[in-house]
Structures are given as structure tokens and as C-alpha cells.
Design a protein around this ligand. Structure first.
Ligand SMILES: [Ca+2]
Ligand SMILES: [Ca+2]
Length: 98
């Protein structure tokens, strides 16, 4: 019973955030979450600015927003892709700044 209530509360809490994911974002999301799961610097940064419900977890929508922001920050030459070099600079920027 308690468990059911909790699940329900979580579902309700998540609902307002639920900007309906487009098929495209559904594809991007696992990669977005992996990006943060394999780099704690990025994860800390993402949680600080994009963990909108403050549960210390990066849900799909949050990871997607954070990955978008990181891509914009890291893509120094604006070609829409983040090279390993751009990734390293952006990571160093985050370490120094945040
Ligand atoms: Ca969260
Ligand atoms: Ca680039």
C-alpha cells in the first residue's frame, strides 16, 4: 500500500515535467544519460543546473536538457558536433568554473 502510494506520488510529481518526448529525443536520451554517467564532472554540473526536481537523479528529460546545454557550450566552432578536443576543453571549463 505504502509502496503504491509512493509510486503514485512519483508519477504525479513527474507529470508536469513530462514535456512529451518526441521520437527524436527518445533516441537521444540514452546517450545523453550515458554522457553524464561516465563522467562525474559533467554529472555534478548537470545535477547542479538541470536536476529540476532536486532528487539528485538525472531523469531522461533533465539529461536531455543538460546534454543540449553541454553540446552548445562545448561546440566551440559551432558545427553541431563535439569533438574529443572540444569535450576536453568544455570539461576543463566546467572544472575551473563550477
Ligand atoms: Ca531529477
Ligand atoms: Ca565542433
Amino acid at each position: 500500500m505504502v509502496r503504491t502510494m509512493l509510486a503514485l506520488a512519483i508519477a504525479v510529481a513527474a507529470a508536469p515535467l513530462g514535456a512529451q518526448p518526441t521520437p527524436a529525443s527518445l533516441k537521444v536520451t540514452p546517450a545523453a544519460q550515458q554522457l553524464f554517467e561516465r563522467d562525474w564532472v559533467l554529472m555534478n554540473w548537470a545535477l547542479k543546473f538541470y536536476d529540476r526536481d532536486r532528487d539528485i537523479l538525472l531523469e531522461a528529460a533533465e539529461a536531455h536538457a543538460a546534454a543540449d546545454a553541454f553540446r552548445r557550450m562545448a561546440d566551440a566552432n559551432g558545427d553541431g558536433r563535439v569533438t574529443p578536443e572540444e569535450y576536453r576543453s568544455a570539461r576543463a571549463f566546467i572544472v575551473a568554473r563550477y
